[in-house]
Design a protein around this ligand. Structure first.
Ligand SMILES: Nc1ncnc2c1ncn2[C@@H]1O[C@H](COP(=O)(O)OP(=O)(O)O)[C@@H](O)[C@H]1O
Ligand SMILES: [Mg+2]
Length: 706
């Protein structure tokens, strides 16, 4: 096969016997498609290894030439299957939208009110706010009526019922002005308290929702969280609770105010002139027609704007966390351009949405004002003909705009309701995802744990991936120290995650002291196991806080002792701020080896009966590693210890070594026994020993495996 051969969808970049790299059109930026292609190709005859990369848009194939002689045809067939026959959009939507994923059940038929009610502990505040809003509306109707009466008094020389009380024209105007000022003040006062009460209610609900959503997400399965971007979950927990607050802070107050104004204003109008009331309703159907005509368009614009906003947010958060890579590859200009493109798209869609909304508001206003002309002309003609008094005419002219104006804003409220409904749907959706991994009921006493571990006929696959373990066995006797070695990707770290029940096995059992871990309480199980993970995570805070996290009731002396055992005390004390040094986000202000030592100290402080070190010293120098080994061997004496390591010299002294490959233990024994066997382990050992001790990138199983 020649390099550079072109087919319709494929371009062969490089080809060595049994190893080819292909560019695949349309693969870039489609991780779900890459995953699908990878698992499909994996199952094909002759394929030994396959890597599909959505970042580069390339596929690497390692295959058996005897079995497979036309890779292009195979690739084309598989790609055809996924790209041409399956609707790509559907694939992506299934990936992006948890709603469509089959593996996690949830329901989203809960309404926004159900969601709010689910976190409302008391309705007192809601009723108080409702009462205050109604009161403030009543006060807000008084000023236009008194103003109408003042005008009528001025024009007609006095109102009969006030003149009957013996008040002069000026006295009447004075009295009415007093009522006008008083009502305005009462309105302002009650409106202030009503808005405060709604805000208080809204922020209480926001707080409850946020806490509930976070607490729920914390208990979801790792398999679910793996598939969700943390940015998206953050946006639901934070932004969507804010949207619910905005909804509650504005909408009920506004709707109650509008409806009360309409009903009371309407009743008043019916009382003084039913015909004027009916005429004043003429603009309503026109306004509804305009609403229906524009509403969809505006909703679409806001939806587009929301999408652009999300894209922008994703790009920003991705770039901010990848800053070292951006700088390292001098991609600042490239990223600047990408940000500018994304930002200007957002700018345009924001302007477009605003322009549409403004146009709609203006047309509605015009229809409303134009519609008002009719009842005013009617009332005016009646007044001229002497059929109604100036007072009645004035009252109508002041009440009608208020009443119709109240109805005019309902559409805006409805839009707010709709956008909040979207937020509430997303929240309800996350809240309704149920963890598949159920907590066990059995409690265990930490002090009585022996630490005997047994993997029995385990089968396991990550969701949507090929089987990683099939009928896997492993026994780790209590208080023994074992090593797991094997190629990258052979499943060593996965075994530790299964032990912690981060994922559920498909078949078989994992036993701790002969108890099925599925029956055990999560907290108890995780209390028993101390994991120094391959990907060290430190929280933004001080070194002290990060170590102390291992056991929250530990004293400073204990924290220091743990740091000493982890060979971390020396470098910590050499820092200007010592234990109070801020480690930065994810611990980025420390070196890889320093981070590892802090995470070892954190687990030493936890002092669990089972200790797992997953490539825990991969980034420290040989001398420090030897010192840590010494500490760990002291620790390991009275507990079960699992060490995962690439450098075989670090595990050679352990009780038992297991070589794992393709989901199976292929060799087991002590270091000496394995050397005697003279198979893969022995070959690997010789290869590693052949290197200078300080050499970087020591050979691994992959390089010697037959
Ligand atoms: N969270 C995950 N979701 C899906 N696949 C995963 C996940 N973590 C690891 N894998 C896959 O499982 C396999 C084993 O991974 P891992 O246990 O980390 O290997 P090791 O620790 O031996 O290097 C790899 O092929 C990896 O791609
Ligand atoms: Mg690993």
């Amino acid at each position: 096969m020649k390099n550079g051969r072109v087919t319709s969808l494929l371009y062969c970049r490089s080809a060595l016997p049994g190893r080819e790299r292909w560019d695949v059109a349309n693969l870039r930026g489609k991780p779900f498609l890459a995953q699908q292609l990878e698992s499909e190709l994996h199952c094909r005859m002759g394929i030994i290894e396959v890597k599909a990369n959505a970042m580069t848009g390339r596929i690497l194939l390692v295959f058996d030439q005897q079995v497979l002689n036309n890779t292009a045809e195979l690739l084309r067939e598989v790609i055809d299957h996924f790209v041409a026959r399956i609707d790509e959009k559907l694939l992506e939507a299934r990936h992006a939208d948890p709603k469509n994923r089959q593996d996690f059940e949830h329901q989203d038929n809960e309404s926004i009110l159900d969601l709010i009610r689910s976190v409302e502990h008391s309705s007192t505040l809601r009723w108080k706010a409702t009462g205050l809003t109604s009161l403030s509306t009543i006060f807000s109707l008084t000023p236009p009526i008194t103003l109408g009466l003042i005008m009528a008094t001025a024009v007609s020389g006095g109102l009969p019922f006030l003149s009957g009380l013996g008040l002069s024209q000026l006295g009447q105007i004075g009295l009415l002005s007093g009522v006008f000022v008083g009502a305005n003040m009462a309105n302002t006062f009650s409106e202030y308290h009503a808005k405060m009460a709604w805000q208080q209610y809204a922020s209480t609900i926001e707080h409850e929702l946020r806490v509930k959503a976070y607490s729920h997400v914390q208990h979801l399965d790792m398999a679910y969280l793996d598939h969700e971007s943390s940015g998206q979950i953050l946006s639901v927990i934070h932004d969507d609770s804010v949207k619910i607050r905005e909804f509650l802070g504005q909408l009920p107050d506004s709707v109650i105010d509008r409806l009360t104004t309409f009903v009371l204003g309407g009743l008043f109008l019916i009382y003084i002139s039913p015909v004027s009331f009916l005429l004043s309703l003429v603009p309503l159907p026109v306004m509804m027609f305009i609403y229906r005509r524009y509403h969809k368009q505006i909703a679409k614009r806001y939806m587009e704007q929301g999408e652009k906003q999300q894209a922008m947010r994703k790009l920003l958060s991705n770039n901010l966390s990848g800053m070292p890579t951006i700088k390292g590859f001098s991609r600042e200009d490239y990223e600047q351009q990408r940000l500018m493109d994304s930002s200007s798209e957002l700018q345009h869609s924001t302007t477009a949405a605003f322009a549409d909304a403004m146009r709609y508001a203006d047309i509605t206003k015009f229809a409303m004002v134009a519609g008002l002309g009719l009842p005013i002309i009617y009332a005016g003609s009646l007044m001229i003909m002497g059929k109604i008094s100036v007072t009645v005419f004035m009252l109508q002219s002041f009440i009608m705009p208020k009443m119709i104006g109240a109805m005019g804003g309902l559409d805006h409220d409805y839009d707010l309701y709709q956008s909040s409904t979207a937020a509430s749907k997303r929240l309800s959706q996350i809240l309704s995802v149920q963890p598949k991994i159920r907590n066990g009921a059995q409690h265990i006493d930490l002090a009585s744990v022996h630490g005997d571990l047994r993997f029995e006929e385990i089968s396991f696959s990550y969701p949507g991936a090929n089987e990683l373990f099939e009928n896997f066995h492993l026994h780790i006797p209590a208080r023994s120290s074992v090593a797991l070695v094997g190629t990258t990707g052979s499943g060593k770290s996965t075994l530790t995650r299964l032990l912690l029940r981060f994922y559920e096995i498909n078949g078989g059992r994992v036993l701790l002291d002969e108890m099925d871990i599925c029956d055990l309480d999560f907290n108890d199980l995780r209390q028993v196991i101390g994991l120094v993970s391959q990907d060290v995570f430190l929280f933004h805070g001080t070194i002290y806080e990060n170590i102390h996290y291992g056991r929250l009731d530990a004293t400073m002396e204990e924290v220091m002792a743990a740091a000493k055992m982890a060979e971390a005390l020396h470098f910590i004390e050499a820092l200007p701020d010592g234990f109070d040094t801020i480690v930065g986000e994810r611990g980025q202000m420390l070196s890889g080896g320093q981070r590892q030592r802090i995470s070892i100290a954190r687990v030493i402080l936890k002092n669990p009966p089972i200790l797992i070190l997953d490539e825990a010293t991969s980034s420290v120098d040989n001398e420090t590693e030897a010192a840590i080994q010494h500490s760990i061997s002291l620790l390991a004496k009275d507990r079960s210890t699992i060490v995962i390591a690439h450098r075989l010299s670090t595990v050679r002294h352990l009780d038992q070594l297991y070589l794992i490959d393709h989901g199976q233990v292929i060799e087991a024994g002590t270091h000496e026994q394995l050397l005697e066997m003279d198979k893969t382990y022995a070959a690997l050992w010789k290869l590693q020993m052949g290197e200078r001790p300080e050499a970087q990138g020591l050979p691994t199983l992959a390089s010697v495996h037959p």
